[in-house]
Design a protein around this ligand. Sequence first.
Ligand SMILES: Cc1cc2nc3c(=O)[nH]c(=O)nc-3n(C[C@H](O)[C@H](O)[C@H](O)COP(=O)(O)OP(=O)(O)OC[C@H]3O[C@@H](n4cnc5c(N)ncnc54)[C@H](O)[C@@H]3O)c2cc1C
Length: 594
Amino acid sequence: MQTYKAPLRDMRFVLHELHGDTKITDLPGCADFTPELIDSILEEAGKVAEEVLLPLNASGDEEGCQYENGVVRAPKGLKDAYHTFREGGWTGIACDPQYGGQGLAQSVAMLVFEMFNSANMAFSIYALLNNGAYEAIEAHGSDEQKNLYLPKLTDGAWTGTMCLTEPHCGSDLGILRSKAVPQDDGTYRISGTKLFISAGEHDLAENIVHLVLARLPDAPPGVKGISMFIVPKFLPTSDGGVGPRNGVVCASIEHKMGIKANATAQLVFEDAKGWMIGRPHKGMSAMFTMMNAARLGVGMQGVGIGEVAYQSAVAYAKDRIQGRALSGAKDPSKAADPIIVHPDVRRMLLTMRAYNEGCRALGAWVSRMLDIAHRSPDPERRQEAEDFVELMTPIVKALFTDLAMESANMAVQVYGGHGYVRDHGMEQLVRDCRVLPIYEGANGIQALDLVGRKLPAHAGRSLRRFFHPVAAFIEENRNHPVLGKMVEGYEKAFGALQLATAHIATKGLSDPEEAGAAASEYLRLFGLVALGYVWARSAKLALEKTAGSEAGFYQAKLQTARFYLERILPQAGSLWFAIKSGKDAMMSFNDAAF
Ligand SMILES: Cc1cc2nc3c(=O)[nH]c(=O)nc-3n(C[C@H](O)[C@H](O)[C@H](O)COP(=O)(O)OP(=O)(O)OC[C@H]3O[C@@H](n4cnc5c(N)ncnc54)[C@H](O)[C@@H]3O)c2cc1C
């Protein structure tokens, strides 16, 4: 079984100290969310994660979802856990109080969600999809649709799905074929097959609200001809109850690598009754509302997995004895020293720790900006925050999930053969985590989004939302007596990012394949530099408090910052060299020779 204790102290650090300059209580609708209240919400969420969800993680993986004649049963214990989850109001923590939610800021909800993911990622996907469906209907639905569906999704009585993928179309949604035929009563008849639909069928809730992408008969080809529809599993009655079954059938569930307690369903829509959300042919923009929130959520799933991988690996490394410390025996009374004495094991543990805390800090910054973008009364601030969130969304999704995979792999490595076998749950983390770089837009597609859309957006205005504060921080701290050396190294990495950005902007303009060839390395470079910034800022804060009552926490923060900046961030230089070399090494390779 995995080892996990909610990392509440670090969460308080990122929420109240690192990003405390914009107070959550100052956000409209958040006046009641004082630091004390937020801390108690985090504490309660930590208890649910540790006591309710974690004990079901291994058994849910072992048993998996069961499919029989179109019916899917979740593994033992999940139904009760879901009931507890609903009773605690966790399904609606970030939803509007108007629909029964608690109106919690996203920057806090993301951390709550991280803990649930650490404890049980398969279970948490039910909640992730609910949020996505909620946000799409809230942003694009009619008042009637909002009043019917949002209270049900908030309360968790009904769950949501997002139905994009079809057997022949995944990344390229422009070629999707599902059809929607208008009816005289204003509804639509939806037909088509949707593949890989998370939580597409299950027995946790009384109804499932599918959000389906399909084409109208007069739709133009490509992504400009896609509309979005609400297609409930059971048709709602006039009083919001559950009526007759709609024409959607679960044909099968996938036999897959991980997240086995979450059914990945193949759904067949046969003249199912649906209602359009938003305007005809504008389904992609409605779906993007859902996907952007979901992409940040997927990034935080990565942090969740990284955290449980790290904590488990630390516990094992302190306990497992093998070999002697290179500097001489540390515990001569035992046959060998614990493996935590070995430099290579420490390298892995510190790498995981630096990834997790760095990603949590960056994720909290992005989600704080998301709160400002949604809630600030000042249009200029809203715009600035929106630019920043748009820029960082592909980075959060792709970088955090790539690093999570590295962390899960390192946890297996720390356990050695005991990580490869099932007993300790480390191989489950690798299997569960593996989908994160694939779904919600494969990471290669995120990289293309970054170089193709986000860099040139608003003539570079989005980019400046990140570059300006970083340049100011470097300027301000270059001669700092203690931080100065760290800042010097950081400035080199930032310089590599600036050079790479200029390179892609000029080369990519004349040859899009050059931008495509550089995209994944560029996203990693950008992401590592962004983590470097939150680490440098964390170090500065920690430095002021290393003599206080929590010296241990701040000392560890400072040392982890140093590890990140000295041992991980120098990768920025090699990434820049790879980017600079251009597309030729890969694109000149003859297809037939592969
Ligand atoms: C467990 C699981 C759950 C899922 N849940 C859902 C869900 O709830 N709803 C839903 O709609 N879908 C869901 N999906 C589908 C998922 O979003 C897709 O698998 C994903 O979008 C990739 O599509 P694909 O599998 O068809 O791969 P493809 O699109 O065929 O891509 C294959 C590879 O080619 C690369 N590639 C493709 N096009 C390009 C390009 N233009 N440039 C560069 N590289 C490219 C990709 O990056 C990828 O590495 C789920 C998938 C899984 C495995």
